[in-house]
Design a protein around this ligand. Structure first.
Ligand SMILES: [Zn+2]
Length: 77
């Protein structure tokens, strides 16, 4: 039985999915550390699996669009 070292245990902060991956494996690239600033400027960092990263990108795109709309509507109060 071979023994392989230097694996990292990934656990998704959203759905709890986990995986043991070598740092140079293709699957490790599917995991993302996402950073987000709340209304008070506090930064939250979360580790997300591939499917949660895809879902987060959709949320971020909606928030990007809302921010662009907010900035474009400067004459409205
Ligand atoms: Zn997940």
């Amino acid at each position: 039985m071979a023994k392989t070292e230097n694996y990292t245990h990934y656990v998704c902060d959203r759905c709890g999915a986990d995986a043991y991956l070598a740092a140079n494996s293709a699957a490790a690239n599917d995991w993302r550390d996402v950073e987000r600033f709340d209304q008070y400027g506090s930064k939250a960092t979360r580790l997300l699996c591939k499917s949660c990263t895809d879902a987060y990108k959709q949320l971020a795109a909606q928030q990007d669009a809302a921010f662009q709309a907010f900035m474009a509507a400067k004459e409205q109060r």
